[in-house]
Design a protein around this ligand. Structure first.
Ligand code: SF4
Length: 322
């Protein structure tokens, strides 16, 4: 019988080595496949609540459902499902992490090689930790607050607060979960479960994406639209840039919100608020130099601003795209 404490830990962190150990005596059965399917469906509803489990058998099945869910995703190879699942599972993990004592949080963090230390000389109340630069870069979220230019870096150590530490762990977990294994010769039951998920997949509203001709826009914008069509996550600056760009072309707020409907963490409410906020603030479209600084420039157009694309002739556009 598995030790209850470590089994509960494995339920909360099903990607951990303890989780692997906890299910060595478990065979995949119909119930686990249903749980795995439900786990994927739950991510489509942005439901990151945990389940209350009492019995050891239920806990083991729950852990196994995570592994089987990844197998089903490995069969489907669907970016939208994989990214949505990874986002939801890592969010769920973050909720658990917030309730852990420091030693347990550190145990989880260490799984991803993130081992922050209290900053030398800092008072506990200051809540400042230090993390080595390679670990920081490996798992820092793609939002402006985490850009290195906005951080304090001392002797190769990046200063972070404890809530930022947990956000880094969430990001590391997301990236880990996203690396879905390739499943060779999958059992029929798993293929069937995958089919059922595809049947219930909510239809994302890509009508606006279809209406927007990608070739009408500069390469940086075309690339981001392509990423959204593949249901890939966009960094904060990319979302902001796209919204400001389309606002400047007088695209309606409602249509801009639809453009983002392919994002794995899409929420109509949040996106509407953000687009309205960008419009209210009247942000202008960043220059090519700024877009380059964001790491989003993908061609050498030499036009100064992505908006200048619309003044170029067809031949020049084709030359740039080559
Ligand atoms: S040069 Fe400007 S317009 Fe062209 S891809 Fe880069 S940022 Fe976009």
């Amino acid at each position: 019988m598995a030790e209850q404490g470590s089994l509960d830990f494995a339920v909360r962190y099903p990607f951990s080595p303890s989780a692997k150990d906890a299910i060595t005596d478990i065979a995949v059965n119909e119930r686990i496949i249903i749980l795995a399917r439900n786990r994927i469906m739950k991510s489509l509803m942005n439901d990151s609540s945990g389940r209350m489990l009492i019995h050891e058998a239920d806990k083991k099945e729950d852990i196994a459902s995570f592994a089987v869910a990844r197998m089903i995703l490995g069969i489907l190879r669907n970016n939208y499902l994989t990214n949505t699942f990874a986002v939801n599972e890592s969010k769920m993990m973050h909720h658990f992490l917030n309730r852990e004592d420091e030693a347990t949080a550190l145990e989880v963090s260490t799984i991803f090689g993130i081992v922050p230390k209290p900053k030398a000389g800092a008072k506990p109340v200051e809540d400042i930790l230090e993390l080595d630069l390679p670990s920081y870069l490996r798992c820092c979220p793609r939002s402006p607050a985490y850009r290195l230019i906005n951080r304090r870096l001392v002797h190769g150590m990046v200063e972070i607060k404890s809530d930022e530490w947990k956000r880094l762990v969430e990001e590391a977990a997301r990236k880990h979960i996203e690396r879905i294994p390739i499943v060779k010769d999958p059992p029929e039951e798993l293929k069937e479960a995958g089919k059922k998920i595809l049947e219930t997949l909510p239809k994302t509203d890509n009508s606006k994406l279809e209406a927007i001709k990608v070739e009408d826009h500069p390469p940086c914008v075309a690339k981001l639209l392509d990423n959204l069509a593949k249901h890939e996550n966009l960094p904060h600056q990319a979302r902001w840039f796209l919204a400001a760009y389309f606002l400047s072309l007088n695209t309606s707020e409602a249509d801009i919100v639809k453009i983002f409907s392919g994002a794995p963490d899409y929420s109509e409410k949040v996106t509407s608020y953000q687009v309205a906020h960008i419009k209210k603030k009247g942000y202008s479209v960043p220059s090519c130099a700024t877009v380059l600084g964001y790491g989003l420039c993908v061609a050498d157009c030499r036009i100064g601003s992505p908006l200048a694309w619309h003044r170029l002739g067809r031949q020049r556009k084709e030359e740039i795209r080559k």
